[in-house]
Design a protein around this ligand. Structure first.
Ligand code: B12
Ligand code: SF4
Length: 446
């Protein structure tokens, strides 16, 4: 079968950038960079077929004068002539997946479109659209494989358990349960990186001259923060990969001196991380590592941070979220604000750069902004990020504030736009969030 996998472009909606003071604009995130790990894993599941993986994010970064998404898809379809087109979607990129499928079908009406990813996992029925034939929720490379096999055999897709099929009037789940698939351990699939060579120069973060790739050491998260999409995606479970498989993968990616662990929360099992970094040191693996670590973990376990620093950990992304314990309790962060200063010290003592992220709720008053400005300025980090506390569909926070949501345009669900009524006037609110980015001047994004 000929399979075309297309990564969605980014949503351009960014009210923080739009309303920020000019001086702050250079420091605000414009784009996050990196290869599409989910689709690379899907490509690995069907690699004995003829697969073309196309990264529109990389393409648009490489060629700022790029053609429209529609023109690009049209060209790809006419040149490659796929039987199946697959795409992936987080909430803010769902409409682009619809557009990709619609354009593909316009170019060739025989194409079967298959959608997967985070949003279809959390809200599969939300993906009902005339352009979508099949929805594959969950970690579903094996399910995708079953879909491809069924299409090749010309079997009905009703024979594939665990998918949703478009019946015209709605999506309907097929009967039966999909096979059990252990994405982190026994069934781990080494992502297909070779097809992304064309865009490798765009996968550089934080001013690094070297490209980076994503590797996950775990899936899911054992914590239950109300605003987070990841633990609902994995139903609260946490799956750890094996050290041997990680070491094999790290040895297999010489083109990528920078490795960003794509985990939600990398340091959960301290013993595992100790052993992993022992092996990294023993095997002479020299990489720059970037990972997400909670403030409480660094505050309580400085030893593991220095061990990882010796093994190449250079950048940490840390969700500070708020300077106030009452907010952190409300978010179920399970870490007091006092851990922030302790964590910063531990990271700095180990020469680790921190991207500390604060989330700004829509009910922030002028005084709240002033207090956060003071707090952030007295707890400085190399990069600080300030995004909007957004009720992502499928999260606990979404169900808590559902009635207060005023904007249902998914393009705005990327943490850069308030989708609820703000206490300050709408423009002023975004301007104040934009001004916060001046406090610590990160110049690029991670
Ligand atoms: C890597 C990553 C990225 C990468 C690559 C994503 C891409 N596709 O291009 C980059 C850096 C580009 C990125 C960007 C953004 N991201 Co991001 N990203 C992640 C991260 C860290 C890991 C995702 C991952 O690779 N997981 C591992 C893979 C294997 O799992 P997966 O993607 O779910 O794929 C599996 C299944 O879903 C399924 N599947 C996936 N696709 C398909 C397709 C088909 C056809 C099938 C059958 C199955 C299938 O099978 C896959 C393999 O098992 C997550 C956080 C996390 N730890 O989960 C955030 C996350 C997904 N990102 C998020 C967000 C919001 C963004 C941004 C909007 C952030 C921003 N404000 O800018 C931007 C979007 C673009 C931009 N503005 O620049 C949110 C999404 C929340 C939501 N509900 O929408 C997350 C959850 C982070 C968070 N803190 O909440 N991101
Ligand atoms: S915000 Fe971080 S710690 Fe909280 S549930 Fe999500 S991934 Fe886990």
């Amino acid at each position: 079968m000929k399979i075309l996998l297309i990564n969605t472009p980014r949503s351009p909606e960014n009210r923080i950038l739009e309303f920020a003071p000019e001086a702050a604009k250079p420091f605000i995130h414009k784009r996050l960079i990196g290869p599409p790990l989910g689709l690379m894993t899907i490509a690995a599941a069907v690699k004995d077929h003829d697969v073309l993986l196309f990264d529109t994010k990389g393409e648009f970064d490489l060629s700022p004068e790029h053609p429209s998404l529609a023109a690009l898809v049209n060209k790809l379809v006419l040149e490659f002539r796929p039987d199946i087109v697959g795409s992936t979607a987080i909430t803010s990129e769902l409409y682009y997946a619809f557009e990709i499928f619609a354009e593909a079908k316009k170019a060739d009406s025989r194409i079967i479109s298959v959608l997967g990813g985070l949003h279809p996992t959390l809200l599969p029925y939300d993906c009902f659209h005339p352009s979508v034939d099949v929805v594959c929720p969950g970690q579903s490379p094996h399910v995708f494989r079953d879909v491809v096999d069924a299409l090749e055999r010309r079997d009905s897709l009703e024979s594939v358990p665990g998918i949703l099929l478009n019946h015209g009037s709605g999506l309907k789940r097929t009967a039966g349960k999909p096979r059990i698939w252990d994405s982190a351990d026994a069934d781990y699939l080494m992502p297909e990186r070779a097809p992304l060579k064309k865009w490798i120069s765009t996968y550089k973060v934080g001013g690094s001259p070297d490209p980076s790739t994503y590797v996950y050491t775990s899936l899911g998260c054992p914590y239950k923060c109300t605003f987070c999409s990841i633990w609902p995606q994995f139903k609260g479970k946490y799956y750890q990969r094996t050290i041997d498989s990680l070491i094999t993968e790290l040895h297999s990616i010489p083109d990528y001196p920078v490795v960003r662990f794509a985990d939600a929360n990398t340091v959960v099992d301290l013993g595992f991380m100790e052993s992993l970094f022992d092996r990294i040191l023993d095997e002479g693996i020299h990489k720059t590592f970037i990972m997400d670590i909670r403030a409480d973990v660094a505050a309580m376990h400085p030893g593991i941070i220095s061990k990882m620093a010796k093994g190449g950990l250079k950048v940490v992304i840390c969700g500070f979220e708020s300077y106030r314990d009452e907010d952190l309790k409300k978010y179920r962060k399970d870490s007091p604000a006092s851990d922030i200063a302790k964590a910063i010290k531990v990271f700095h003592d180990n020469d680790i750069m921190i991207r500390g992220n604060y989330v700004i709720p829509n009910d922030y008053s002028g005084d709240d902004f002033n207090a956060l400005e003071d707090y952030s300025a007295s707890n400085p980090v190399v990069y600080a990020g300030y995004t909007i506390l957004t009720p992502m569909p499928g999260t606990v926070f979404y169900s808590q504030v559902k009635k207060q949501i005023t904007d249902h345009d998914y393009l705005k669900y990327n943490f850069f736009n308030s989708v609820m009524k703000t206490t300050l006037p709408y423009e002023k609110f975004h301007e104040r969030v934009g001004s916060l980015w001046l406090i610590k001047k990160g110049k690029d994004v991670i």
